[in-house]
Design a protein. Structure first.
Length: 221
């Protein structure tokens, strides 16, 4: 599995929308690659449907979506009809699904779940999430077991944080959401606060007396 900050592996693959080369497909956009254990499985169906419904929100953030499952393209296309019917999200999924029936990409990206097996006893693909920036570097990775479905609004929240902190010297605290106050990163000196954060900085007093809990309104709002 690539480490945070690494250039995300470029790969060629067949998808439900035809062959792609990942870096070319991504272009100047952010990208979110999310894998699934298998087609025609219950939790995966709910996730695919939820992603389809939330795609306009990812579009607003210049982020492309692409799925992956260890099944061939024909299976993906047939399964997509079930997903769309279940989620009432149109006639077809609004993003491609990668075919990885030989598990080559799942192995390369460290996505196999050894505790979950398919009907033939082969390890299933875990529920991985990779967010890649326009410079093709890995900005976030999450790995859920096959038995646990993902929270799509949380993926949007994380994407908001990543895009904010790329351009501003802030971090986002626990349970932060878009529009909330941010935290000034420790590398910013007190004498530079006014220049860098014209909306103001408030420091929270703590027993240690150290001035490190510094809050500022979200800079890009």
């Amino acid at each position: 599995m690539p480490n945070l900050g690494d250039v995300f592996p470029d790969f060629e693959a067949d998808t439900t929308e035809g062959p792609i080369k990942f870096h070319d497909w991504l272009g100047d956009s952010w990208g979110l690659l999310f894998s699934h254990p298998a087609d025609f499985t219950p939790v995966c169906t709910t996730e695919m449907g939820a992603m389809a419904k939330m795609k306009p929100e990812f579009d607003k953030r210049n982020c492309k979506l692409i799925g992956l499952s260890c099944d061939p393209v024909d299976s993906h296309k047939a399964w997509s009809k079930d997903v769309c019917d279940y989620a009432s999200c149109g006639a077809s999924l609004p993003f491609p699904i990668i075919a990885d029936d030989k598990r080559e990409l799942a192995v390369k990206l460290g996505m196999l779940d050894p505790d979950e097996k398919d009907k033939d006893g082969m390890p299933l693909t875990a529920r991985a999430v990779f967010i890649v920036c326009p410079h093709k570097r890995l900005k976030l990775s999450l790995l859920y077991p096959a038995s646990t479905g993902r929270n799509i609004p949380e993926l949007l929240r994380v994407l908001d944080s990543l895009q904010l902190t790329v351009d501003h010297k802030v971090a986002t605290p626990a349970n932060w959401k878009d529009g909330d106050d941010c935290m000034v990163v420790p590398s910013i000196k007190p004498e530079d606060e006014a220049k860098m954060f014209p909306k103001g900085v408030k420091a929270r007093d703590v027993p240690s007396g150290k001035r490190y809990l510094r809050f500022t309104p979200q800079p890009n709002k």
